[in-house]
Design a protein around this ligand. Structure first.
Ligand code: DMJ
Length: 472
């Protein structure tokens, strides 16, 4: 039987005649086709465009939702992210270090003032530990490292202390998914790997800054607990019961969610802290993923899902969130494979107006046609550009920008889409907080040559938080 084409294996249109970017974007919007970067403007011109687009989204948030977690830019409403009725000013925390990197210093002051005056780390509500760590703890840390405002660090420590019961009350050391910030009550004993092990960067830095090793020890214990449960093939499943320590789902779905950033933090923890144990875990587990899961259908590079104990095929799904792995592979010493994987994603980007959320790579069927304004592809553009300096990554990163400008920009900012296969793309109504932390930051850093970022040593978290390399 003939294998249907992958999304991305549809022959690419011939190169268009060179048009201005706006004309290309306009034409693409009209017919629902991808916006091809016919011509890459100069770096300063792209950097200015990125800042203008970031500001457009930021103004949309400020106008309608200032002090709330996230804006719904189409309806002009807002929503709480963590708990209904409780705001953490999520978009403000997410934006803080991006504003600083872009030199928007009066906005930095406004954002930091809001956080210092309003962010309550002891609200009587249950929050998701993983999201709180990567977005808010990480955002406060990055804000502190960029601005030097001590109150941001104080707030960060208070919040981390309120999250710690998720780790310390677990018999295995693997954190529960939820904790009540006021009472310390925990819940959610079946947890995916990303939620168990995406905390060593934030907690390691807190240990340094607060001079208290309890944060780092909690993070390392959780990593060891997962690693010690690897199969004889060296593979990990998807989720564990943090009380019994048993696998709840034995499918190895790396690099897709919900395990994605578990692997990222092993590499990044080794890089940021020189921790050789994390480095060895990353190498051994990555070797197993490359050995049992790397798939090359029709000349493309992707990853299959297998049972972690037997290695048997259990799925051929590809989530947009997996696109970050191209950059991670590059950083971790597997650049050729990272480049191949990135190119497969670039072909998918060239096939749709903007990337779909999920597809089955064997049948070519889109299984989730939404676009959640996700940053993973352009995260890899940035990582691979930093590693190689090659123009390909700027060109494709710019193409990504043109795609979201053409299809997801609305008068009130930027919005997610509910269907990228319709023409025009069917829009949703949300600017996710991570848009302020990630997408525009990667693009800005790639084109701006800002003196505020140390391009050699700079390190960003899974949420794009600047955890090393802020030059003040
Ligand atoms: C972000 O919150 C982070 O990048 C996280 O690691 C997973 N992906 C979302 C955005 O897609």
């Amino acid at each position: 039987m003939r294998t249907p084409p992958l999304p991305g294996t549809v022959p690419l249109p011939r190169r268009r005649a060179v048009l201005g970017a706006a004309a290309v974007a306009g034409a693409a919007a009209a017919v629902g086709r991808p916006a091809h970067a016919a011509e890459l403007p100069s770096d300063p011109a792209v950097a200015a465009e990125v800042v203008a687009e970031f500001q457009h989204a930021w103004d949309g948030y400020k106008t309608v939702a200032w002090g709330y977690d996230e804006v719904r830019p189409v309806s002009g409403t807002r929503r709480d992210f963590f708990a209904t009725g409780h705001t953490f000013g999520l978009s403000i925390v997410e934006a803080l270090d991006t504003l600083w990197l872009m030199g928007l210093d009066s906005e930095v002051a406004l954002a930091a003032d809001w956080i210092e005056q309003h962010l309550d780390p002891a609200v009587d509500t249950e929050v998701q530990v993983f999201e709180m760590v990567i977005r808010v703890v990480g955002g406060l840390l990055a804000g502190y490292l960029c601005t030097g405002r001590p109150a941001l660090l104080t707030r960060c420590i208070q919040l981390a202390d309120r999250l710690l019961p998720a780790f310390t009350s677990s018999p295995t050391g693997m954190p529960y998914r939820y904790v009540n910030l006021r009472t310390g009550a925990v819940s959610g004993n079946v947890s995916p790997l990303a939620e168990i092990g995406t905390n060593c960067l934030e907690f390691g830095l807190l240990t340094r800054l607060a001079k208290d090793d309890k944060y780092w020890l909690a993070a390392k214990r959780a990593c060891w607990a997962v690693y010690n449960r690897r199969s004889s093939l060296g593979l990990l499943g998807t989720s564990l019961d943090v009380e019994s320590g048993r696998w709840a789902d034995t499918a190895s779905c790396a690099p897709n969610p919900p395990v994605d950033s578990f692997y990222e933090y092993l590499w990044a923890g080794a890089e940021l802290f020189g921790d050789q144990e994390l480095g060895s875990m990353y190498r051994e587990l990555t070797d197993a993923v490359l050995r049992y899961q790397l798939d090359r259908p029709n000349g493309h590079t992707t990853f299959r899902q297998v049972d972690c104990t037997s290695g048997e095929l259990v799925g051929q799904s590809q989530s947009e969130l997996g696109a970050f792995y191209a950059g991670l592979l590059g950083k971790g010493g597997d650049l050729p494979t990272g480049r191949e994987y990135y190119r497969s994603w670039s072909q998918t980007l060239a096939t749709y107006p903007v990337l779909p959320e999920m597809f089955d790579y064997q049948s070519g069927r889109i299984t989730d046609a939404r676009n959640e304004l996700r940053p993973e592809y352009v995260n890899s553009s940035f990582d691979l550009w930093r590693l190689t300096g090659e123009a390909e990554f700027k060109q494709t990163g710019y193409q990504y920008l043109q795609g979201i400008e053409a299809h997801l920009r609305v008068p009130g900012g930027y919005t997610v889409a509910t269907d990228v296969t319709t023409s025009p793309v069917r829009l949703g109504d949300l600017t996710p907080g991570y848009l302020f932390a990630e997408n525009f930051k990667y693009l800005y850093l790639m084109f701006a040559a800002t003196p505020r970022f140390d391009y050699r040593s700079g390190l960003l978290s899974t949420e794009g938080k600047l955890l090393r390399g802020a030059v003040r």
